[in-house]
Design a protein around this ligand. Structure first.
Ligand SMILES: [Fe+2]
Ligand SMILES: [Fe+2]
Length: 225
């Protein structure tokens, strides 16, 4: 539990999260109907699947929203004195920027008119709630959105998109784990540094001599936070 936050406040936050998840399920239902109207397919879990190019635009918006959010969350964490969490949010924001760059380049290859989107407005809370928000987004992307987009890209024979989506999906799984790690240890944080793979957005907590498990880049190329 975080500094200055009573258990009651914390439980309220947890309840709000549960309500938020229920709302997301309801919205997912609406998304399914909207997709049917648009002649697209929607997965039962809520991801609206279009063509691979359309999916790239969706992913691009999601990654842009993610980095905008994490940069704001990093400032909140810093102001609350959570240096380690601030560094993790900033490192993850930079990881999402890598995904934006890869997806934008591919989308522009398919349609040179493609423009980089801007991030939606951020509604930040206190740091523990921001960690849950971050983890939820990462879990959605790794277990729902990217798998659906990978399947579609495979069907369409878009091998480059399969590669970009797959690497992003794998990196998001590590991000979710790292958010939950600091969430569970919020009263017992340490000075661990984070290391970002500049190619795929994978993040490792602590020094490592191992190559990136997602893309194989050597750890000497990793950026320290
Ligand atoms: Fe991520
Ligand atoms: Fe990597």
């Amino acid at each position: 539990m975080m500094k200055g936050l009573s258990r009651r406040d914390f439980m309220k936050g947890t309840a709000a999260t549960a309500i938020g998840m229920a709302t997301m399920s309801l919205l997912a239902g609406c998304a399914t109907e909207a997709a049917a109207d648009a002649g697209k397919t929607a997965e039962a879990t809520g991801t609206v699947v279009g063509t691979t190019y359309e999916n790239l635009l969706t992913a691009l918006q999601g990654e842009t929203n993610a980095f905008t959010k994490y940069e704001a969350f990093a400032k909140v964490a810093q102001s609350e004195g959570y240096d380690q969490i601030a560094r993790l949010f900033q490192c993850t924001a930079d990881a999402e920027k890598i995904h934006v760059g890869l997806e934008l380049a591919l989308a522009q290859k398919m349609n040179p008119e493609t423009k980089a989107p801007t991030g939606d407005a951020v509604h930040e809370g206190l740091t523990d709630a921001n960690l849950i928000t971050g983890a939820q987004g990462e879990i959605y992307e790794t277990s729902d959105m990217y798998p659906a987009f990978i399947k579609k890209a495979q069907e369409e024979g878009e091998t480059e998109a399969v590669g970009v989506f797959t690497r992003a999906k794998l990196a998001e799984g590590y991000h979710a784990e790292l958010y939950m790690n600091v969430y569970n240890n919020i009263n017992d944080l340490d000075d661990s540094k984070y290391y970002l793979c500049p190619v795929c957005g994978f993040i490792h907590k602590g020094e490592t001599e191992d190559a990136c498990p997602v893309c194989g880049v050597l750890p000497t190329a990793f950026k320290e936070y």
